[in-house]
Design a protein around this ligand. Structure first.
Ligand code: NAP
Length: 272
């Protein structure tokens, strides 16, 4: 496992995404992932699986310090009192006294960002979160958030995969010392049929999924692929024993295209 450092945080470069995993199968997948060598689990209050994620962590037998747990607060809960209530509710469902990373899931223009960021910082100060950060923040929103923060923001979690050029927001995150966590790092499977990725996979004796994940990790990102299949858990983890050449990286970068974004909705900010 490789690690990424950011503003005082050390973050595993690969974790398990858990959106859409639910119930006992979610708990089993989390347990198996941790037993296979995953060190980071990504959940959110909106995924309605924090209880199952907590069960999986306990069933893995790993010590608490060996698992990096991220959860996210839904944009309806960004007013200070609501944020605190939502954080406590997430911790109660996870049955943890603190998470490793607490994120604002999406910006909410109807709630003042300075109040949200102050409340988020308080969650770190009172010990509910070891680290704090944001998700789906644009360059402009990042600049504002950093200005308001009295504690370091360590992560911006954004959609990032070979079909989507995120160089502007990645550069802004870096400028602020933050790590970028790439969600939907395989575009939910959409990049796996690209001939360029298939050819590079064959050249390395790897799968297209491993090549797309490796691409983002080599760009300096953290990847959180989701799968409910045990064979794919181990496949997606096995991305640290090979290196893509600069030419291969450039060929994969060239797959970025307008319309490559897959996660978008009416509440999304104006993307960079
Ligand atoms: N912050 C945010 O707003 C936000 C938004 C979206 C997602 N996320 C987080 O990011 C995580 C990952 O993103 P995602 O779930 O959208 O997409 P993803 O990880 O890019 O893709 C998941 C899909 O790929 C398939 N898959 C997984 N491994 C594979 C492999 N080796 N070969 C072929 N197919 C494979 C999975 O199917 P099987 O289960 O059948 O393997 C699943 O259908 C989420 O689970 C969530 O934790 C965050």
């Amino acid at each position: 496992m490789e690690f990424v450092t950011a503003n005082g945080a050390t973050i595993p470069a690969l974790g398990l995404g858990t959106w859409e995993l639910k119930g006992r199968s979610c708990a089993r997948t989390v347990e198996q992932a941790l037993r296979a060598g995953y060190k980071l689990i990504d959940t959110a209050e909106i995924y309605e699986n924090e209880r199952d994620v907590g069960d999986g962590i306990r069933a893995s037998g790993l010590r608490r310090s060996e698992v990096f747990v991220t959860t996210k607060i839904w944009p309806d809960h960004l007013a200070p009192r609501e944020l605190e209530r939502a954080t406590k509710a997430s911790l109660a469902r996870l049955r943890l006294s603190e998470v490793d990373l607490l994120l604002v899931h999406w910006p909410n223009p109807r709630i003042s960002l300075d109040e949200t960021i102050a409340a988020l910082c308080k969650m770190k100060q009172v010990g509910f979160a070891r680290h704090i950060g944001v998700s789906n923040f644009t360059v402009a929103l990042l600049d504002q958030a950093v200005k308001y923060a009295t504690e370091p923001l360590v992560v911006n979690q954004i959609e990032w995969h070979p079909h989507l050029d995120q160089s502007k927001v990645v550069a802004a995150s870096r400028r602020h010392g933050m790590a970028v966590v790439a969600y939907s790092p395989m575009a939910r499977g959409g990049v796996l049929s690209e001939q360029v990725i298939r050819d590079i996979a064959v050249a390395h004796g790897k799968s297209p999924a491993q090549v797309s994940l490796r691409f983002v990790v080599q760009e300096g990102g953290v990847v959180i692929p989701r799968t409910a299949r045990l064979d794919r858990l181990t496949e997606n983890l096995d991305i640290f024993g090979f290196t893509l050449s600069e030419d291969e990286m450039a060929r994969i970068r060239a797959l970025a295209r307008p319309g490559g974004r897959i996660v978008d909705w009416s509440g999304a900010p104006k993307w960079d």
